[in-house]
Design a protein around this ligand. Sequence first.
Ligand code: ATP
Ligand code: PRP
Ligand code: MG
Length: 282
Amino acid sequence: MLRIAVPNKGAISGPAMAMLHEAGYKQRKESKELVLVDPANEVEFFYLRPRDIAIYVSSGRLDIGITGRDLLLDSGAEAEEILQLGFARSTFRYATKPGTVAGPEGFDGLTIATSYEGIVAKHLAEAGVNASVVHLDGAVETAIELGVAQVIADVVETGTSLRNAGLEVIGEPIMTSEAVVIRRTGAPADDPKVQQFLRRLQGVLVARSYVMMDYDCRVEHLERAVALTPGLESPTISPLHHEGWVAVRSMVAAAEAQRIMDDLYDLGARAILTTAIHACRL
Ligand SMILES: Nc1ncnc2c1ncn2[C@@H]1O[C@H](COP(=O)(O)OP(=O)(O)OP(=O)(O)O)[C@@H](O)[C@H]1O
Ligand SMILES: O=P(O)(O)OC[C@H]1O[C@H](OP(=O)(O)OP(=O)(O)O)[C@H](O)[C@@H]1O
Ligand SMILES: [Mg+2]
């Protein structure tokens, strides 16, 4: 059985379970379930705190886990990213009250509040800055108002939390993060069970970001039409009963589908259809 760690709460938990469900795995029905066996797929899911997942995976007790890149780095655990999942995207940044300090070069002697001590301590050491770090569990934005720190370092997505606290970002982003699949550093890369799991998740990623496009076009327009819809390998071309016409079938990035349909129409293509892809193996 493949043993997989899944976040039991927080920003990654819901989307991770949705993705696993879409990939055909059983998922827990209620939040008190901490372990769930999916015998048909030969996997066992462990619902753990997102911050602890890299530690379990690095210990070798669990084969793989889903967590945030920032949490992985912060833990310092011997685990590595093997697949990027494209959700829970954020940046990790310093912020302060306007006019306090312009960036890390001015941090000497200041106190920085964060839930990510590992990332911040490493960044300050690399920048050669002598600041103290105070660890808080969350709602870090309030630390400045309450006088616990002059600067915070936290996850920023829309920036709403910072704005609401009257803070502004300073300096360059310390890192960018998203949900990732991790395994123990140096674990065998060719484990067939892990490979199969990754192929399933990759299938979900592709199904979410591509559509299938079908259209009819005149043979003399085919080369120009295919240049617009080259597909992943190459489009399927089928003859139509009506002479001089062909049917074309190709995968297209969902975000570009409408523009491509307009261009195909202008080229003379007709009966242009897109359909969702429910699952795939590339
Ligand atoms: N608003 C957000 N947008 C995108 N990603 C986020 C956001 N908040 C947290 N994350 C990501 O979620 C992970 C943090 O997990 P965590 O469990 O702390 O989430 P959380 O939403 O802060 O939950 P909680 O506050 O209940 O602990 C990190 O990888 C972080 O980058
Ligand atoms: O830029 P934004 O879109 O506002 O998102 C970023 C906020 O989201 C998270 O907070 P969360 O709600 O998880 O609370 P926490 O600080 O207690 O973890 C994070 O810690 C930031 O505070
Ligand atoms: Mg949080």
